[in-house]
Structure formats: structure tokens, C-alpha cells
Design a protein around this ligand. Structure first.
Ligand SMILES: Cc1cc2nc3c(=O)[nH]c(=O)nc-3n(C[C@H](O)[C@H](O)[C@H](O)COP(=O)(O)O)c2cc1C
Length: 324
């Protein structure tokens, strides 16, 4: 099958992330894919304004399908709409993102947080999009340190995949690469990136229902999304609660031991452990119900809020201004 794979890099020009992305793309190309690479530094990416215009519209269309969904208020004000349209022409996407302060760099998160207006599971739910293109993703976190100083890097990258509606089939952490080109001293990491390129094409060429995890089988604590972050659960908005849940995909269950490695593992509840699984469109769309319900509750009590809003609007404190 002919396919197209894009690499999205958020690292320095000719930096370690670009090198790894190029190695992965060269493998994807050798496996028959059309390929392209972008570096987010080359584009104008405005931060999400937080206006909630997109989810407000989604709520309105959900309740009245005759209404039109107009999308993001920043649509023609920067390059993001064009970048997302281009990404949607691809069957697979490889993200290569530097780790800053344990997490993905802000250039990447600025881009990622613009996807709420394009959230596929919400748009499928309200009928604006008719079919899931089932695009797959590979994630590379690139850092100067080892896992201990990149502890939120892959998980935070993964957390952005749900709104992008991409299914992660492989991930790895490039470690101890600092100055540009440092990764060239780590042949095993270049080989791993190459493997990722092959894995992405393999996943694309596999029927959707037969696709499986192609990364390290023992990666992470959650057997569903392979994240390393599992925490003691607490009540959700509708009362659902798990003893432990995965911070990334939301699967719930008990904490146990991986029989193969002897390491801690989330044992997903066979009955309801996937009801909040953000990897599943339907479970993720349930979150739209939460957003709509929170909004309904707010509008019902808006009379109480208005005078208090005025109080805080009028409360002024000294601020710091910069003369330009
Ligand atoms: C502001 C800043 C914060 C950083 N924080 C971390 C960190 O928390 N953990 C880490 O492993 N590396 C950290 N690094 C190192 C970069 O991740 C590393 O240099 C990486 O190779 C950059 O990728 P690039 O070459 O693709 O730009 C930091 C670098 C910068 C500039």
C-alpha cells in the first residue's frame, strides 16, 4: 500500500532530534513510504487563547446538528491550520521532541495544544467528521540525561496524542545527548530510530484491527499504553473510581507484578478497566459529556457568579509593565 509518513521535529536545526527524525524517515522511505519532515521552528504557531470557542461550538452542534462547526478562532491567523491539514494527508507521524525540564519543549506543546478544535473523537461524535483515518504515531523524546531527568517526557508527549487522535505504536527515549550531533556517538539510538521508521510503515500496512504495540514489549508500567506513570485513583466527575489508574491512557485496575520482568505493572480490571481508556474514541468522546455537563451546571448558576466576577474584575493590584 502506498503511504505517507511525516516527521515533526521541535529541536534545533541539525540537532539531535532532527538527526533521529531523519534516520527514522530514511527507514520509512526505504520501506516504501513517501516522506516529509518539518521543524516547528519554521512556522508561526500562536498559543491557544483558551477561549473554548471550539468546545462551545461542539456542544452547540451536539445539541443541534443543524448548526455549523466553524473551528478554531485562530484559523487564518497563523500556520497551524495548514500544518494540521498537511498532517492529515499522512498515514503515520513521527514526533522528535527535545526534553526541557523533564517534559516536551514548549514549542511542541504550543503546537499540540492547538488540536482541541480538531479533536477527532469529538468531531466524529457530533458528525462533523465521518471516518477515523486511523493514523499511527511514533514518539522520540530527546534529552541530555537518562530517564530520571526525562521522567515526564514520553508520557507528556503521549498525553498530547489523544487530542491529535493518533495511535502510538512505538516510542523511545534518546538519552545522554546534549550538544547538537551528540547522538551520532550513540549508534544504538540511531538504529532504534531506524527501527521506528520501519515499525511505522509496518503498522500502516497492517489492518487497523490487527495493529499492535511495536515498541519494547516491557516498556512502562501500563500494559495498555506503556506509560510509566500509574497513580492511586480517585473519583471521576461521574463517580467512577479505580484503585490505580494510568496517568496517560486512563485505564484502571490494581497494582501488581509483571510476571515476565518481576517489575510493577498495572493489572487492568477485566470488567471496567477500559471505560476511561483515552486510546478508544468512544471513551474519549465521553469526556465531551463531562465538558458539556460542567458548562450546563455553570450556566444554571450564572446568576450567583456574576456579582462575584465583578468583584474580582474590579480588584486591582500593581502590575509590571515594559515600555516599548
Ligand atoms: C531549557 C532546556 C532545558 C533542558 N532540560 C532537560 C531535561 O530536563 N532533561 C534532559 O534530559 N535534557 C534537558 N535538556 C537538554 C536537551 O534536551 C538536549 O540538549 C537535546 O539534545 C536537545 O535536542 P535537539 O538537539 O534536537 O535540540 C534541556 C535543554 C534546554 C535548552
Amino acid at each position: 500500500m502506498s503511504c505517507k509518513v511525516m516527521a515533526i521535529c521541535a529541536g534545533r536545526k541539525n540537532g539531535n532530534g532532527e538527526i533521529l527524525a531523519k534516520e527514522a524517515l530514511s527507514a520509512a522511505q526505504a520501506a516504501g513510504a513517501e516522506v516529509e519532515m518539518i521543524n516547528l521552528f519554521d512556522y508561526n504557531i500562536l498559543p491557544c487563547t483558551g477561549c473554548e470557542g471550539c468546545t462551545m461550538q461542539m456542544g452547540e452542534v451536539a445539541m443541534d446538528p443543524t448548526k455549523q462547526y466553524r473551528g478554531c478562532v485562530l484559523k487564518n491567523k497563523d500556520d497551524v491550520d495548514a500544518l494540521i491539514a498537511e498532517m492529515h494527508t499522512c498515514n503515520g507521524v513521527i514526533f522528535s521532541v527535545p526534553t526541557y525540564d523533564l517534559t516536551p519543549s514548549s514549542l511542541y506543546t504550543r503546537f499540540a495544544q492547538r488540536f482541541l478544535a480538531y479533536e477527532l473523537s469529538f468531531l466524529l461524535e457530533i458528525g462533523v467528521v465521518k471516518e477515523n483515518p486511523n493514523t499511527v504515531a511514533g514518539l522520540i523524546a530527546v534529552g541530555g540525561s537518562m530517564h530520571d531527568w526525562q521522567s515526564l517526557a514520553l508520557e507528556s508527549l503521549q498525553a498530547t496524542m489523544f487530542t491529535m487522535s493518533l495511535t502510538v505504536v512505538d516510542r523511545f527515549m534518546s538519552q545522554r545527548v546534549g550538544r547538537p550531533g551528540n547522538v551520532l556517538l550513540h549508534q544504538e539510538q540511531l538504529d532504534r530510530a531506524h527501527q521506528m521508521g520501519e515499525n511505522i510503515v509496518k503498522a500502516i500496512n497492517t489492518p487497523v484491527e490487527e495493529r499492535t504495540w511495536l515498541g519494547d514489549p516491557n516498556d512502562g508500567v501500563c500494559p495498555n499504553c506503556h506509560s510509566s506513570l500509574v497513580y492511586p485513583g480517585d473519583a471521576h466527575w461521574d463517580g467512577i473510581e479505580f484503585p490505580y489508574e494510568c496517568a496517560v491512557c486512563g485505564c484502571g485496575g490494581e497494582l501488581g507484578t509483571n510476571p515476565k520482568t518481576g517489575k510493577p505493572m498495572l493489572i487492568i480490571d477485566p470488567e471496567n478497566g477500559h471505560v476511561r481508556d483515552r486510546c478508544i474514541d468512544k471513551s474519549r468522546a465521553e469526556h465531551l459529556n463531562e465538558i458539556i455537563q460542567t458548562r450546563i451546571d455553570f450556566f444554571q448558576r450564572q446568576g450567583e457568579v456574576k456579582p462575584l466576577q465583578a468583584k474580582y474584575r474590579d480588584m486591582k493590584f500593581p502590575t509590571f509593565t515594559i515600555e516599548r
